[in-house]
Write a protein that binds this ligand. Structure first.
Ligand code: RB5
Length: 153
């Protein structure tokens, strides 16, 4: 299951991505918002990243204007590897090398076609493992050393 959310700037792209996921028969849960009224991205970023961190969703997608705010929020959560992607290359690498479990997108930076292409690549590209797993394990060690139950030491 994919958890999806946005702020007002990402709302329209969120709806397009939901259509795309439906066509591909990918199960998702929409954490909102339900319209384009102005909201604060941390409120929605928290919900989606928490679902991924707690294992309630396998992966997450978060969209704001630049993608930057959602990336900052999502990477506060243990076990979340949120990656801001802006082209085919970063989408592919985010999965192959970083085992991204949360895709962040900037709706004001990307056209719709590129955004959907990124989602498609991110869904379809497997993690390569090997030396990249060693590096991810080091990230996990950093997390374990510096956080207790999500609170910075
Ligand atoms: C909202 O204006 C904008 O700041 C937000 O969508 C996002 O880009 C934040 O990083």
């Amino acid at each position: 299951m994919i958890a999806i959310g946005s702020d007002h700037a990402g709302f329209r792209l969120k709806e397009k991505i939901k259509d795309f996921l439906k066509k591909r028969e990918v199960e998702f849960y929409d954490f909102g918002p339900e319209n384009e009224d102005s909201v604060d991205y941390p409120d929605f970023g928290e919900k989606v990243a928490k679902a991924v961190s707690q294992g309630k969703a396998e992966r997450g997608i978060l969209i704001c204007g630049s993608g930057l705010g959602m990336t900052i929020v999502a990477n506060k959560f243990k076990g979340v590897r949120a990656t801001l992607c802006h082209d085919e290359y970063t989408a592919k690498m985010s999965r192959a090398h970083n085992d991204s479990n949360l895709l962040t997108l900037g709706a004001r930076v990307l056209d719709e076609e590129m955004a959907l292409k990124i989602v498609e690549i991110w869904l379809d590209t497997p993690f390569e493992g090997g030396r990249h797993l060693r590096r991810l394990n080091k990230i996990k060690e950093i997390e374990d050393k510096n956080f207790i139950e999500g609170v910075s030491k």
